[in-house]
Design a protein around this ligand. Structure first.
Ligand SMILES: C[S@@+](CC[C@H](N)C(=O)[O-])C[C@H]1O[C@@H](n2cnc3c(N)ncnc32)[C@H](O)[C@@H]1O
Length: 267
């Protein structure tokens, strides 16, 4: 189980100054700092570390299958370059590394705490073809070379400017390469958004203190009835799933998480 390497304190957001452009820049930086702080406090996902390759199979992370699905052709070679953008604690990275042993995988994340867990995960599972870097997607151009496959799962909605995030990734994509994006759906998460709002109200001036937010979230969660949809949704679904309230912890205390339909992101 990943630990919580960094304790949190209330994140501060800048006052609205007279110059709106500088305020936007400052608030973008403040949101990114708050996101980093959250994921240092609660690296995600909290899946257990295993001393073996990850179980099962996911075709979207297996280059030959993803390539032929998208292009209708067989891939000419499998020694591809893969970027896992916003890798978190490396659960997806682990699949990318083991399903594509001929590939070179680069994994980046804003949170050094998450990178530390991901590095440990890959060391223990025996995935040797991965290098990690604490880096924002905004700065991804700092990595030399292009990628055949860019995987970006559960990340863009955390960015103050997701369109700029996609554009930054697109510049690193090889012509004909694949960009695999997952963002939270607007409708599927409305109960979680309500919970976030409720917790933020109850936190008052402690807003931005993630351990406090989680504590309040746990208390609220314990009071929900068994038939509540959040409770149903958070029931553990298998032996490898850690108690799902861990996932709720992240959701209930997120500093800036937007739900996004594919239309604004992809237009
Ligand atoms: C919900 S987790 C998803 C982790 C992983 N992709 C997965 O699906 O298991 C979101 C991750 O995005 C990272 N993140 C948020 N904004 C980022 C940015 N601008 N650049 C890089 N990583 C970012 C966070 O630090 C966090 O680890």
């Amino acid at each position: 189980m990943p630990s919580s390497p960094v304790s949190s304190s209330a994140a501060s957001f800048p006052e609205h100054p007279k110059n709106p452009a500088s305020w936007v820049q400052q608030s973008e930086a403040a949101v990114s700092a708050a996101v980093e702080q959250l994921y240092n406090t609660y690296p995600f996902p909290p899946d257990p570390l295993l001393d073996e390759p990850p179980p099962g199979y996911n075709w979207r992370w297996y280059w030959p299958a993803a390539y032929s699905f998208c292009s209708g052709r067989l891939s000419e070679h499998n020694a591809v370059r893969i970027l896992d953008a916003g890798c978190g604690t490396g659960v997806g990275t682990d699949y990318l590394a083991h399903l594509n042993p001929e590939a070179t995988v680069v994994a980046i994340d804003l949170s050094p705490g998450a990178i530390a867990v991901a590095t440990d995960r890959l060391r223990r599972s025996g995935g040797h073809n991965v290098s990690f870097q604490a880096l924002s997607i905004y700065d991804v151009a700092q990595i030399p070379g292009e990628f055949d496959l860019i995987n970006c799962v559960g990340v863009l909605h955390h960015m103050p400017d997701p369109i700029r995030g996609i554009q930054a990734l697109a510049t690193q994509l090889k012509p004909g390469g694949l960009l695999h994006i997952f963002v939270y759906g607007e409708l599927g998460r409305w109960e979680i958004q309500l919970m976030q709002e409720a917790i933020a109200l109850l936190q008052a001036d402690q807003r931005g203190n993630y351990t406090d937010g989680v504590q309040i979230g746990r208390e609220l969660f314990a009071k929900l009835s068994d038939t509540n949809r959040l409770v149903q949704y958070e029931k553990p679904t298998g032996p490898l799933r850690t108690p799902a309230t861990n996932a709720l912890q992240t959701c209930t205390s997120i500093p800036k998480k937007r739900t996004t339909t594919s239309r604004p992101c992809l237009s």
